[in-house]
Design a protein. Structure first.
Length: 101
């Protein structure tokens, strides 16, 4: 089993985006962002790993190292791009994702 490098909630440059959108800046918005990101930008990764938000961090895990690496690269780009994160959060909300765990 491989784990993706964890995202510690509240430590990225774009956490204030979550607050602006009316949500707690915790691990659950990262799960929603990852979910929408995969559906909209990398559908080939769908179902190749699992999500595990909790305890102040977001983590993805599974046996497919290349899929986890693909998610990690995409998530790292979002961690520094407030506008992109804002769009992904809005898309996840529209898709019915429940952000506040």
């Amino acid at each position: 089993m491989y784990g993706l490098t964890q995202v510690e909630a509240g430590t990225t440059q774009v956490e204030q985006v979550i607050e602006e959108l009316g949500h707690e800046p915790n691990e659950y918005p990262w799960e929603g962002v990852a979910h929408v990101l995969i559906i909209t930008e990398a559908p080939a990764l769908e179902g190749r790993f699992s999500y595990d938000p909790g305890g102040g961090m977001f983590c993805a895990y599974g046996r497919d190292r290349s899929a986890l690496k693909g998610l990690g690269i995409r998530m790292a780009a979002i961690a520094t791009d407030a506008d992109r994160k804002r769009r992904l959060v809005a898309d996840a909300e529209a898709d019915g994702f429940e952000f506040d765990g």
